[in-house]
Write a protein that binds this ligand. Structure first.
Ligand SMILES: Cc1cc2nc3c(=O)[nH]c(=O)nc-3n(C[C@H](O)[C@H](O)[C@H](O)COP(=O)(O)OP(=O)(O)OC[C@H]3O[C@@H](n4cnc5c(N)ncnc54)[C@H](O)[C@@H]3O)c2cc1C
Ligand code: HEM
Length: 422
C-alpha cells in the first residue's frame, strides 16, 4: 500500500489545502496542547521530560513530526518515514507508553488545533486532521507493540531495578555509574549505541525519566551509563536529573531503568566506520569501539572527538585503550584550548576536511546539533552520501522536525536532512 492511499480522498484534499497553515501554527498548537493535557492528566507530568517542556523542545518535536507525517501522506514522492516512526516508537517504548494513552493525546491535540485556528476549523478540517493523527497513532502503536513483544516488556511495568555497584569520576563534570540488575538476572540484549531511560524520584517528590546511552558492557553482567552534569546558563536552572545523579547517587543505591532502546546502532557489516563525537556524544563511541574490539577487530575504525579541553574529554583513555585491540584504528581530537606540550591534538572545532577516509565509510555522529550539521556538511562536500551518515540527538529530534517543517512550506518532504538515518 502506498502512503497516499492511506488517507481517504476527501481528507487528502483537505490536508493538502490546510497543511501549510497547520505547519505555520504547529508550535502554537503544541504549546496549547501540553498545558491542557497536563491539567487533565497530571500523572503524565511524571512521564514527560519537564526540562524539554521548559525549553519548548518537545513541543517542536511533536509538532514537527505530525506535520512531517501529514506531508508524506499527501506527497507520493516523499522519502520514507520509517526511521522517524522507529525513533519515536523506541522513545515511547523506553517510557512505557501504552495504546490507550493515544486517546488522551489525540483528544487534547485536536482540541488545541481548534483553540489555535478557531472558526477556520470546519468539521471537514477537524475530521481530516483527526484521520492524520489516528493513522500516525496506529503506525506508532503497531511498531511499539512489536518492540514490546520483541524485548518481552510489559508496558505497564517498563522498568527493572539496577543497583549502582561502582561510581567513576571520569572528568570534573562527567561520572559513570556501573549498574547490575537487582534481580540477579542476565542483562538484556543491548546493541552498541542504544540507550536506556532512567527514572528517578527527585527530592521534591516528582519523578522524571531521562535517556542515557549504555556506554559500556565490558563486564557482561553489568551495564554502564555515563552522565555529563548539565549546568544552567543565563539564569536557567541546573539540569534536574543529571544534577541528582551527580550529587545524590552513590554505590548501593537502586535506579529504575527501561530496557535498551534506539536504532543508532552499527550494522553487522565489516565496512569502515567514522565515529565523530563532541562532548557527551562520546558515550556512543565507547560501546561501538568496545563492540568492534570484541567481535570484529579487523574492521577499520576512525574516531574523531571535539571537546573544550583534554581534561573534559571523558572516556578518552578507555576508547584509546580498546582501539589498540583493533587492526586499523585512528584517533583524532580537537580542543577549543589545547594544553601546552600537547602536539597530537588539534586546536579549535572539529575539521574533517583533511582526515583520510575510505570511500565506503559509514559515519556515526553524536553531539550538539550545530556540531553534527558541521560534520555532515564537511562530509557531504567530501562526497560521503547522506545515506551513510547517521546521527543521534541527545534530546527530542529537532533536526528531523526542522527538516520536516522546512519541507512543509512547499509541501514536499525532502528537507535538507531527509534520509539522514540511512
Ligand atoms: C537518546 C539519548 C541519549 C542520551 N545519552 C546521554 C548520555 O549518554 N550521557 C549524558 O550525559 N546525556 C545523555 N542524554 C541527555 C540526557 O537524557 C539528559 O537530557 C541530560 O542529562 C539533561 O537532563 P537534566 O535532567 O539534567 O536536565 P533538564 O532538567 O532536563 O534541563 C535540560 C536543559 O533545560 C534547561 N532548563 C530547564 N528548566 C528550564 C527553565 N525553566 N527555563 C529555561 N531553561 C530550562 C536547563 O538549564 C538545561 O540546559 C541523552 C539523551 C537522549 C535523548
Ligand atoms: C500520534 C501520536 C504521537 C506522536 C506523533 C508523538 C510524537 C513524539 C515525538 C516526535 C517525540 C520525540 C521523539 C524524539 O525524537 O526523541 C515523542 C516523545 C515522547 N512522547 Fe510521543 N507522540 C505521540 C503519542 C504519544 C502518547 C500517546 C504519549 C503518552 C502519553 C506520548 C508520550 C511521549 C513522551 C513522554 C515522550 C518523551 C518526551 C521528552 O523526552 O521530552 N506520546 N513523541
Amino acid at each position: 500500500m502506498t502512503p497516499t492511499s492511506l488517507l481517504s480522498p476527501a481528507s487528502l484534499d483537505v490536508v493538502r489545502a490546510t497543511a501549510p497553515v497547520v505547519a505555520a501554527h504547529a508550535d502554537a498548537i503544541t504549546a496549547r496542547f501540553y498545558p491542557r493535557m497536563f491539567a487533565a492528566h497530571p500523572e503524565l507530568l511524571r512521564v514527560f521530560n519537564q526540562g524539554n517542556q521548559a525549553t519548548g523542545e518537545q513541543s517542536k518535536a511533536l509538532a514537527g513530526s505530525v506535520v512531517a507525517y501529514a506531508v508524506q501522506l499527501i506527497d507520493p514522492d516523499a522519502p520514507p518515514f520509517d526511521h522517524v516512526i522507529r525513533r519515536i516508537a523506541y522513545k515511547h517504548v523506553s517510557l512505557g507508553i501504552r495504546p490507550e494513552q493515544y486517546t488522551i493525546v489525540g483528544e487534547h491535540l485536536l482540541a488545541a488545533v481548534g483553540e489555535v485556528l478557531g472558526d477556520a476549523v470546519t468539521p471537514e478540517i477537524a475530521a481530516a486532521w483527526s484521520e492524520v493523527y489516528w493513522l500516525f497513532a496506529l503506525q506508532l502503536v503497531a511498531e511499539e507493540a512489536r518492540l514490546y513483544q520483541e524485548a518481552d516488556i510489559d508496558p505497564r511495568r517498563p522498568t527493572r531495578q539496577y543497583r549502582v555497584v561502582r561510581r567513576i569520576e571520569e572528568t570534573a563534570d562527567v561520572i559513570s555509574l556501573v549498574l547490575e540488575p537487582v534481580d540477579g538476572g542476565k542483562l538484556p540484549d543491548i546493541a552498541p549505541g542504544q540507550y536506556v531511560s532512567v527514572f528517578v524520584d527527585l527530592p521534591d517528590g516528582s519523578r522524571q525519566p531521562r535517556q542515557y546511552t549504555v556506554s559500556s558492557t565490558a563486564v557482561h553482567t553489568r551495564l554502564q551509563i555515563t552522565i555529563r552534569r548539565v549546568r544552567g546558563t543565563n539564569g536557567a536552572p541546573d539540569g534536574m536529573v543529571s544534577s541528582y545523579l551527580h550529587d545524590q547517587v552513590k554505590v548501593g543505591d537502586v535506579l529504575e531503568l527501561s530496557a535498551p532502546a534506539g536504532d543508532f546502532v552499527v550494522t553487522p557489516t565489516d565496512g569502515p566506520l567514522l565515529l565523530a563525537s563532541a562532548g557527551a556524544g562520546i558515550t556512543t563511541v565507547l560501546p561501538i569501539v568496545e563492540h568492534i574490539a570484541r567481535n570484529q577487530p579487523q574492521r577499520k575504525v576512525v574516531v574523531a572527538h571535539a571537546d573544550r579541553r583534554a581534561q573534559d574529554h571523558a572516556l578518552r583513555d578507555t576508547v584509546l585503550h580498546l582501539g589498540r585491540e583493533l587492526d586499523d584504528f585512528t584517533a583524532y581530537a580537537w580542543y577549543e584550548t589545547v594544553d601546552d606540550g600537547d602536539t597530537r591534538s588539534r586546536q579549535g572545532y572539529m575539521d574533517l576536511t583533511d582526515v583520510p577516509l575510505p570511500n565506503d565509510v559509514q559515519v556515526f555522529t553524536c553531539g550538539p546539533l550545530p556540531f553534527m550539521r558541521h560534520v555532515r556538511t564537511t562530509l557531504l562536500e567530501r562526497g560521503v552520501p547522506a545515506t551513510r551518515i547517521r546521527y543521534e540527538v541527545f534530546g527530542p529530534d529537532l533536526w528531523a522536525a526542522q527538516s520536516a517543517s522546512d519541507a512543509s512550506s512547499d509541501t514536499t518532504a525532502g528537507g535538507p536532512y531527509a534520509g539522514d538515518r540511512g
